[in-house]
Design a protein around this ligand. Structure first.
Ligand code: ADP
Length: 462
């Protein structure tokens, strides 16, 4: 067995007071931009406020969307940038920033290749809600994408000797005449000043940021969150202080399938539905096209009067989604040797559930869901014992709003002028997703725009 790779954060004593490039946040966007910048010859530093590296990225489960990839062709899927663009645009309520969306949909395939060149192979495919073809790339081990990606990117950061400091919270961006000159941070209660001409904000969203959520979406107070506790939108506030424009701040995504019967909220990845699971209500009946957009599916579950809903699937689907092993391991999954036994252990009406599953299997066979019009995630039926259920309900998951950027990832002010030397990538940015982020598009965003931020910072500094 190969030894498990463990990344060691840098010793705080080695933190310098001057870097060519400071990257705030160690999630996928921060790591990707650092690797890209380092390979171009810069000497970036990554500052992470939490003890743990990886941010919300480590929690991502489904995969990375991209069109026109060789991986798709290997699976006989002929896709196009235009379809990827159109489906994301429709899924986002046509509110997406079209400049960013165009760049995004046309650079996903290059990003998949770039990852592969770094030994990070995403050569299996699945599908997520709102997409019409399989374009969600994931590792062939079927491991959840987030943990896999962060640990692979960290291997590259290690190879390139990129310093990553944990426990360092950036508290201020210094700018002179709309031009970045440095940052302030706090570590072990000590203030730190670092001089730099370029900063990449890769500090994530505010899905766990009570203050910002209260300000922009007070109606969401009732929901739990799937986000790590550090997702408090610091970067958005820091950029706003030096004049950055904020966009779509009230666009917050509620994820439809979150197990929240314990204190913790566990997101049940969309791949479970993508590989064939259905959703039923307390009566054991379907009530929605399970692979409609997150917004629509969440709305339908909220309309069930607070009971939540149940994902129903079988061993065949479980074999296709490795994350289910984890869900089961921590006690989120109920099992039954038959559909009737599953209904009993779940507390659902057995006759109804049996009928629902039989009817669904008929739809799968004909590839025609005459009840709710589902057209994807129908490659396998629910017939291979044992059978499983997971109780879910919607929770706050992703913040579509954030700082305004152009396709060069330069941060914009309200007047459209850029703040020189300030770049942003990942969930901290607003606009790409419109009013609804499609599953698989956030991982794609961090790699596509993380690379772009690294490249543009290099260009700026040279
Ligand atoms: P993305 O998916 O855009 O890469 P993530 O949520 O994965 O975003 O990562 C963002 C990271 O930034 C998190 O690990 C978070 O703890 C970190 N972070 C947020 N605010 C600060 C801050 N003020 N200083 C340093 N790190 C921060």
């Amino acid at each position: 067995m190969p030894e498990k790779f463990i990344f060691k954060p840098s010793d705080l004593a080695t933190l310098k007071d001057n870097y060519d490039l400071v990257i705030i946040g160690s999630g996928g966007a921060g790591l990707t931009s650092a690797i890209q910048a380092r390979e171009l010859g810069l000497h970036p530093v990554i500052l992470e406020k939490m003890d743990k590296i990886g941010g919300n990225t480590t929690r991502a489960s489904s995969g990375m969307n991209a069109a026109e990839t060789t991986v798709q062709l290997d699976h006989q899927i002929v896709d196009s940038f235009q379809d990827f663009y159109r489906e994301t645009y429709n899924g986002g309520g046509k509110l997406n920033n079209v400049e960013l969306l165009k760049y995004f949909t046309e650079h996903g395939a290059l990003a998949i290749d770039w990852l592969a060149q770094h030994g990070i192979k995403l050569d299996d495919l699945t599908i997520t809600g709102g997409m019409k073809v399989m374009r969600t790339h994931r590792p062939s081990s079927l491991a959840p994408i987030g943990g896999f990606l962060v640990s692979e990117l960290l291997k590259q950061a290690d190879r390139l000797n990129i310093p990553v400091f944990t426990g360092v919270k950036v508290t201020k961006l210094e700018a002179d005449d709309d031009q970045i000159t440095g940052i302030q941070a706090v570590a072990n209660q000590h203030e730190i000043n670092i001089k730099t001409s370029a900063v990449i904000l890769a500090s994530g969203g505010f899905g766990a940021g009570a203050e910002l959520l209260k300000k922009y979406r007070p109606d969401l107070a009732k929901y739990k969150t799937t986000n790590q506790p550090g997702a408090t939108g610091d970067g958005i506030a820091l950029a706003e202080k030096i004049g950055a424009k904020l966009v779509d701040m009230d666009q917050v995504q509620i994820h439809p399938t979150v197990q929240q019967d314990t204190d913790h909220a566990y997101l049940i990845g969309e791949a479970v539905r993508g590989e064939g699971a259905i959703l039923v209500n307390r009566d054991g009946k379907r009530f929605v096209n399970e692979l409609d957009t997150r917004k629509k599916v969440s709305g339908a579950i909220d309309d069930l009067d607070g009971t939540g809903a149940w994902l129903i699937f079988d061993q065949g689907i479980r074999d296709r989604v490795k994350a289910v092993e984890f869900y089961d391991h921590i006690g989120l999954v109920k099992t039954g040797a038959s559909v009737a036994a599953l209904a009993e252990s779940t507390g659902l009406n057995a006759d109804n559930l049996k009928q629902t599953v039989e009817k669904w299997n008929g739809f799968v066979e004909k590839h025609n869901d005459s009840e709710f019009g589902r057209a994807t995630g129908m490659d396998r039926n629910i017939a291979k014992e044992p059978f499983f259920s997971i109780h879910i309900a919607p929770a706050v998951h992703y913040t579509m709003g954030g700082v305004g950027i152009n396709k060069e990832t330069q941060v914009l002010k309200n007047d459209g002028i850029t703040i020189k030397g300030l770049f942003a990538a990942g969930e901290v940015v607003g606009g790409l997703h419109g009013n609804n982020r499609i599953g698989g598009n956030s991982i794609a965003e961090i790699v596509v725009f993380g690379r772009q931020a690294g490249q543009q910072a290099f260009k700026y500094l040279n």
